[in-house]
Design a protein around this ligand. Structure first.
Ligand SMILES: [Zn+2]
Length: 83
């Protein structure tokens, strides 16, 4: 799962097949298929390890402080197209 963080307004949002934008409207992006995204603006792409996230979600009521593995993805990554 990929998210976009705007370094201007500090908004962070999950990307989707429909274009989404941050609160200040300077960053926007979307998935172009199930794996690859395109985005524009002063942002940083973040990823969440899907397996860790959904495993954590299934036990969050028992372990409320469980970590989910959020990481930055560089613009030159094969799944990123910054325009
Ligand atoms: Zn913004």
């Amino acid at each position: 799962m990929k998210l976009l963080f705007c370094i201007v307004c500090n908004d962070i949002f999950a990307l989707d097949l429909e274009k989404r934008e941050c609160k200040c409207k300077q960053c926007s992006g979307k998935y172009v298929d199930q794996r690859n995204i395109t985005y524009t603006g002063p942002g940083k792409v973040l990823g969440i390890n899907n397996t860790k996230f959904f495993n954590a979600l299934s036990i969050v009521n028992v372990l409320p402080n469980i970590e989910v593995g959020l990481f930055f993805i560089k613009d030159d990554h094969e799944t990123i197209n910054k325009i």
